[in-house]
Design a protein around this ligand. Structure first.
Ligand SMILES: NC(=O)c1ccc[n+]([C@@H]2O[C@H](COP(=O)([O-])OP(=O)(O)OC[C@H]3O[C@@H](n4cnc5c(N)ncnc54)[C@H](O)[C@@H]3O)[C@@H](O)[C@H]2O)c1
Ligand SMILES: [Zn+2]
Ligand SMILES: [Zn+2]
Length: 366
């Protein structure tokens, strides 16, 4: 066990959100140690803090991050100390039927979503030696962490760490939702409800592939102005508009309706926005146990589809380097998705940034 203690942002089911001193053990076989350089604050961290997704154990939060490899364990072949990496929060097992079939985003063997390393353990301990668990297998709101080799994706050194962090979750999820999950084609129409970090990335993906029209809906005028810059052709205030009626009246319904909030109420309105054969894409994640309702006759009669979307149906090792190349080639306006940069100890204020629905993605720097 490393004797050095570092601050980490921890959600404890009894004590709530706070900073704790943590140590990490050294990298074991198949693992790498990472020095975190930038970590984005995603609503999936906030879901834990608000209790939408209850946890029975203390978690080191943070799952959208980039950094540098500081050491590698035995049998690690694809990485070495000094490599720049983006962390992938859905570390696939590479052995289950889904992984073998090439659909690793549906991996049934991963322990990441149970907030553990692949062997069911954690590398973090508090100053009393008690375990603290890595949220989504990472726990990136700290200085150093241990991840399996498959969760650290090498990217070019010239990629800024803040951009790399966004590639770890929101951008890969949002663009992947368009390109992989939905397979939107040039000229097809889409509405995006909720334009935070994930929804803005959906808008960016729609622009990238040439969708038209691209309708963005949010409650925040500032977020909608950003959506317009990222390629939205129409912007609507979600509070003052019946979005489904508007989409039907203006376009006879749209081909795709992306939800990037996690609101069961909004999700229930998606099918009515679609033209026949259209698809609703559920990118936002609702609270555990929440249910949404639809008109099943409309779905059956009109051949409408509902598509679930985990991590943009992406494979980290393939999609993250691809998006990094697109950014470096000037094809993705990711600099405009980087909002305030705060030191790690301002994590609580960073969650307030997220709750306020203003600005864009806040980045924490250890
Ligand atoms: N599918 C995945 O793999 C995946 C990955 C990352 C995040 N997520 C989920 O995506 C969702 C969005 O994450 P984020 O980080 O972009 O959140 P965010 O808080 O940055 O953005 C949410 C946006 O929704 C808007 N909004 C809220 N209620 C609305 C309403 N009724 N109508 C219109 N707009 C409304 C807010 O103003 C805000 O701009 C969360 O549920 C998160 O957990 C899913
Ligand atoms: Zn996320
Ligand atoms: Zn698997």
């Amino acid at each position: 066990m490393s004797s050095k203690l570092s601050p980490a942002i921890v959600f404890d089911p009894t004590a709530g959100l706070g900073s704790r001193d943590v140590s990490i053990r050294s990298a074991g076989p198949g693992e790498v140690e990472i020095e975190v350089r930038a970590a984005g604050v995603c609503h999936s961290d906030l879901h834990v803090v608000t209790g939408d997704w209850p946890s029975d154990r203390p978690l080191v939060l943070g799952h959208e991050a980039a950094g540098v490899v500081t050491s590698v364990g035995a049998d690690v072949t694809s990485l070495k100390a000094g490599d720049h990496v983006v962390l992938s929060w859905f570390a696939p097992c590479r052995r289950c039927r889904r992984c073998v079939a090439g659909t690793a985003w549906l991996c049934t063997g991963t322990k990441a979503v149970a907030n553990m390393l692949p062997d069911g353990t954690t590398a973090f301990a508090d100053d009393q030696g008690e375990p603290l668990w890595p949220y989504l297998g990472l726990g990136a709101f700290t200085e150093r962490l241990i991840v399996p080799e498959v969760a650290a994706v090498k990217v070019p050194d010239e990629l800024p760490f803040s951009i790399g962090a966004l590639l770890g979750c929101s951008v890969t999820t949002g663009i992947g939702a368009v390109v992989n999950t939905a397979g939107v084609r040039p000229g097809e129409s889409a509405v995006v409800i909720g334009t935070g970090g994930v929804g803005l990335s959906v808008v960016m993906g729609l622009r990238l592939i040439g969708a038209d029209p691209i309708i963005a809906v949010d409650l925040s005028a500032e977020r909608l102005a950003t959506a317009r810059r990222f390629g939205a052709t129409h912007i609507l205030d979600g509070a003052g508009t019946d979005v489904a009626a508007w989409c039907r009246q203006e376009f006879g319904g749209v081909d795709y309706a992306f939800e990037a909030i996690g609101s069961p109420k909004v999700i229930g309105t998606l099918p009515a926005m679609l033209t026949s054969g259209g698809a609703a894409v559920l990118v936002g994640m609702a609270a555990t146990g929440a249910t949404a309702s639809f008109d099943p006759f409309d779905l059956a009669d009109q051949g409408k589809r509902i598509l679930g979307c985990n991590y943009g149906s992406s494979i980290g090792e393939i999609d993250i380097p691809k998006l990094a190349r697109l950014y470096l080639a000037g094809q993705l306006p990711l600099d405009d998705l980087v909002g305030r940069t705060r030191p790690l100890h301002e994590a609580a204020a960073a969650f307030d940034d997220l709750r306020s629905n203003t600005g864009v993605r806040t980045i924490l720097e250890p």
